[in-house]
Design a binder for this molecule. Structure first.
Ligand SMILES: Nc1ncnc2c1ncn2[C@@H]1O[C@H](COP(=O)(O)OP(=O)(O)OP(=O)(O)O)[C@@H](O)[C@H]1O
Length: 613
């Protein structure tokens, strides 16, 4: 013989309240949801029916717990439907509806009404169906699992449903006018029909007329102000701009707000999402593309499926398409901004620079969108990459600040535009250029590339500098540095020290060997002997345009030439922000003392003291 499962209602309620519902507050959400579904069902039968919800708080004169009366003018229930849908846990009238209409309703599980038992022990439903001329019926359900159905002694004048809840003493705090108002607005502020609250003898509509992005405004700026004010109210912060969002897939509509601070680009923004105009979640994460970390949004979706926990949308094709369309709306905003208000776009990029750059590295589409708007310091002043690319298909950059300082003046004087890519992600972003824009080439530039753009000396000039060149080569040979004489601008720069990465590495390793203990020094020795020796040796380029260099070429005293070459060498190293090794430091000290001594020549030391020799 077959038996039926028995359900212990108390156990089920306990399960719901501890595991499914986040707090007893949701009872009001479930009531609003049922009213919304009932109004929609009636609108199908009677197009043009507007629908309205009345919430009334009835205080007991004897100080007993207050009663909440929740009424709608929706489709109502017949006696047969009461038995089938209200009194059977897990039965829902909404499951039966034709597939194309099914999506209009929010409820689906047939358990929502049970949430009322979290705040009261008995639920009284008085209802009259709009489908057929039917009497007003009364259903009284109790938390012990028993219920009664009978014709009501107080027939309703119009079709619809009233739900009476008498607060359990421990839930009375939820039944104050302020709390009920807060909760109704929290869950239902976007509902497209009026919600009236009556308490303390006063009655008023509490929800605004439809979502703020749907309302008509006198001008675009008024609209913007109103939306920003809405963003402030919802998220408690002042945003710098707002962006309309729309996606036919999932029937999504809303607004994205641009954050006034720079979040970490990995930080997922929490969005407020409504499903069929009822609040679904305040912390949905999966609605926008990952790169849209600089906005927070409020949207309503009519065609997306909620997850069972009702905290976000179910990951399916429709959601993926909606995400793509919302991403397009954000892109469009950035592109329009680039055209209409480039300053605002640059402000935005500056505010969210690090995150935008990191994302552009990962996402080619986003890269294409913003790369031209990134500002760079260059040898010819600050400019965007677009400005740079207007004049050159070859992008030259240096990857460190020291190198940039070293080359920028000289490069600028040659009319060479070199980008400073020393900041995080810059070099990688530039290296990515040719992969995304096939007509662009990128070159990592260094001071050693500069002499190629310098002018050669004429035959006569070469003769003038011949002995200086020989002497300088001798002086600098022990330092592993070659010498050339060229002509370059600016003329105030007498020499330029250049080295490629290989020789810079050798310099660093040599300096480390000098400064470290025996064991470590011998390890560095090993590294040095293994590293390529220098046919790429560093170079000191003398500038023939410089007056000091010209005068030096005419000096015949070999010691004075030696001292001057040494000092010019050390100065070039210092200007290039290269750390000096011990021998170079000694050169600097001796050279300075030598220069001071030369200046003091002829002046007598005071009696009884030694001179500077
Ligand atoms: N205000 C109402 N007007 C008309 N019918 C209602 C109303 N409230 C509840 N019902 C009926 O009672 C049924 C059960 O409601 P309940 O809230 O428990 O579940 P549901 O809304 O169907 O689904 P869910 O559990 O997902 O909310 C509904 O399917 C509906 O037929």
């Amino acid at each position: 013989m077959d038996h039926r499962f028995q359900i212990n209602l108390r156990g089920v309620i306990d399960l719901l309240s501890h595991h499914l519902y986040s707090s007893p507050d949701v009872y009001l959400r479930e009531l609003l949801q049922n009213a919304t579904d009932a109004i929609r069902a009636r609108q199908h039968a009677e197009p043009g029916h507007e629908g309205t919800v009345q919430i009334e708080l009835i205080e007991k004169q004897d100080g007993g717990p207050p009663t909440l009366l929740f009424s709608d003018d929706g489709i109502g229930l017949t006696e047969e439907e009461i038995h089938r849908f209200l009194a059977t846990i897990g039965e829902s009238s909404k499951r039966e509806v034709l597939a194309e209409r099914r999506g209009d309703f929010i409820g689906q599980f047939g358990i929502g009404l049970l949430s009322c038992f979290m705040v009261c022990d008995e639920v009284l439903v008085v209802t009259r169906s709009a489908r057929e001329p039917s009497p007003t019926m009364e259903w009284r359900g109790r938390h012990d699992g028993t219920y009664t159905v009978r014709p009501s002694d107080h027939p309703l004048e119009r079709p619809g449903t009233q739900v009476f809840l008498v607060a359990r003493p421990d839930a009375a705090a939820l039944f104050t006018p302020q709390r009920v108002r807060e909760l109704a607005l929290h869950y239902g502020s976007l509902l497209p029909f009026p919600i009236h609250l009556t308490a303390n003898g006063q009655s008023a509509r509490i929800n605004p007329e439809g979502p703020p992005w749907r309302r008509a405004y006198a001008s675009a700026s008024e609209r913007r102000e109103a939306l920003l004010a809405y963003g402030r109210e919802v998220f408690g912060m002042t945003f710098i701009d707002c962006i309309p969002l729309k996606s036919p897939a999932g029937d999504v509509e809303g607004v994205a707000f641009v954050l006034p601070f720079s979040p970490h680009y990995n930080a997922k923004q929490k969005h407020r999402v409504y499903l069929k105009h009822m609040l679904l979640s305040e912390s949905a994460e999966n609605l926008l593309p990952e790169w849209a970390f600089f906005v927070k949004c409020v949207v309503n979706a009519n065609g997306l499926r909620p997850t069972a926990s009702r905290e976000s949308f179910y990951e399916n094709d429709t959601l993926a398409q909606a995400r793509e369309a919302l991403g397009q709306a954000l892109r469009r905003y950035l592109v329009d901004l680039a055209r209409e208000d480039p300053r605002a776009l640059q402000g935005l990029i500056q505010l969210h620079a690090l995150s935008m750059k990191a994302l552009a590295l990962d996402d080619d589409d986003f890269y294409r969108l913003i790369i031209d708007w990134l500002p760079f310091e260059t040898s010819l002043g600050a400019m965007t990459l677009a400005d740079y690319r207007k004049n050159a298909t070859q992008v030259r950059y240096v990857p460190s600040l020291d190198e940039f300082r070293q080359v920028s003046r000289v490069a600028a004087a040659q009319g060479l535009c070199v980008l400073n890519a020393a900041y995080v992600y810059d070099a990688d972003l530039l290296e990515k250029l040719p992969r995304v824009f096939a007509d662009t080439q990128v070159e990592r530039f260094s001071a050693s590339d500069l002499p190629q753009s310098f002018d050669e000396l004429s035959l006569d000039e070469r003769e003038t500098v011949f002995s200086l060149l020989r002497r300088a080569e001798e002086v600098l040979r022990p330092f592993g540095c070659g010498v050339v004489v060229k002509k370059f601008r600016p003329q105030e720069v007498p020499t330029l020290y250049s080295s490629d990465t290989g020789s810079a590495f050798r310099r660093d390793a040599e300096r480390t060997r000098e400064e470290s203990d025996d064991l470590y020094a011998s390890m560095v020795e090993g590294v040095l002997s293994g590293s390529a020796s220098s046919n790429d040796e560093p170079l000191l380029t003398f500038n023939f345009h410089n007056p000091v260099v010209r005068r030096l070429a005419a000096v015949t005293d070999p010691n004075l030439v030696k001292l001057s070459v040494e000092m010019l060498y050390v100065q070039a190293l210092l200007l290039g922000h290269r750390p000096l090794n011990a021998r170079e430091m000694a050169l600097l000290n001796q050279g300075l003392l030598g220069l001071i001594a030369a200046r003091l020549e002829g002046t007598e030391p005071p009696p009884g003291r030694g001179g500077l020799h």
